[in-house]
Design a protein. Sequence first.
Length: 631
Amino acid sequence: MLPAKLERILQEGVTLQRDGRVADAAACFARVRAAAAWSFEGWHHGGIAALLLGRADEAVPLLSRALQLKPGTTHTALALGVARTAAGDTAGAEEILRRVVTNQPALAEGWQQLGFALHAAGKFADAVEAHRRAIALAPGSAQSWHACGSTLLTMSRDREALDCFERALALDHGYARARLGRAMTLYKTFRVAEAAAEYAAVCAQDARLFEAWSGRLLALNALPDRSREEIFVEHRAAGAAMGESVVTNFSNPPEPGRRLCVAFLSPDLREQSVAYFLEPLLRHLDAAEFELVLYHDHPSVDATSRRLRELAALWRNFAGQTDPTVEAAIRADAPDILIDLAGHTGLNRLPLLARRLAPVQVSYLGYPNTTGVAAIDYRFVDACTDPAGEADAFATERLVRFAPTAWTYAPPANAPAPALRPSRAGGPVTFGSFNSFTKITDAVLQTWRRVLDAVPGSRLLIKAAGLSDAATVAHVRDRLRVAGLGDERTELLAPTADPAAHLALYGRIDVALDPFPYNGTTTTCEALWMGVPIISLAGDRHASRVGLSLLTVIGHPEWVAATPGDYVRIAAALASDSARLESISRALRDELQASPLLDHAGQATHFGAALRTCWENYCDSTVRQPELAAL
């Protein structure tokens, strides 16, 4: 029993926490611990308060001590499991939560929290099993259905995931996170317009679910019926929803010429498209000028991750960690420049960048539009994707056109040699696209049908993630038939096991077709590297001008169309000239190697110079601000 005075302080803390004044409650619990270190209640309630404040690293020792004082206390053990998961100690979380479900196998919450820990550890099949155990014990729990759906979605078991989210919504129609999961699944299964509408509903229901803002914006880039004015307004609204930057006096010395600490934040520092364009820059940035810090934000760590890690002075993996934990780590590292590579793609940390974590913040590479986040100072682009003058009005960042093209491509080392074209081997002329099918709108399909009509006997080969799922294939087939692309004219391919096998499939294509208004990037570079010309349609915004940038810089602007009619004409003319196709196929790889796109050292020099200019601007502003204050 606590002395009466301490009991009053403890109860005051419980009341404050119940009323939402968690920081004040935590102070009360700390007073209890200071006066009575033997008190289970001070440690347990303090740990819960730390969890509610997003301070998992503080919660773990508090709850561990509470559990030592009262071994076997289920609610403390559950909370400790949650805290360890949030702190990134998934092995510790799994250990204690398995102990809970072993002792109490009928406890649904135990299985659910175990599922969360297993998911965070990347043990997705085990996580699904744990969530299904929770559902069997509590079938009326919308949260359990949602949790299971989230893991299934991560595993690309999209149809099962959609069923789980819809079951959760049937139990609780107002469950915003389940609606968010449904929107994410609709997007992944190529129902982009439906996904955009569902994301909007989530934003209206709970504006703090920033994943919904980002998901909607990513979807809008692919929809042809939205003007860039409308899309820009929505980006600004998303930025405003994420809040304003925290006023922070950075300790970084504002010295223009000193060596700079430059940090890159991304969930894709692994075998992903972003790495193909990032690694050559990092390898060639001047180490005397820049110290590199890499923040990976994904549980997957592969050979690409390990190569990148070797280039960094500091590597951190933030996978599964809470925003407050990530924010504290980055602020402690104190980078001079923080470069976000995700934008509004999945697993982004834009709400943290909105709080300003570094003196200079930059958006680059991973997202084809403005972020709308006021605290992000610059966006690195080129003059083709974002023409000077008119493009600046549609960015909240200052646009930096740092090089002839915004990309620096590193082809996979195991890429096979370009293969014999199908038409030269006696087969039909084959057009193809290996882009995400989320980019392939009905307008694109209708244009591709016109291309095939202009080249009698030609076929269309489509390869995309998701095409290993029978229900998704059926949906895609329906859309193709509506567009006049029946089964006899098209072939669908599922993802391959490795990059070399993927690249080898370009040998089955005579001419590649770029989607619009959301162009490909990696797929365009891959096609060109494998000796396959690609036809692109240039539009009025960055996402629809990537093809223009890439094709211009390698010396083939003639493959860029201004209208759908031009697109059809250029594609048909190219496909009908077998001698020209053969000549192009032999020359393309050499043309890429001679272009800025593969001039890794040159592009890195441009990139480094742009970073230096951004830093000099910051230093200049810190000098001028005191002068203005004195006035």
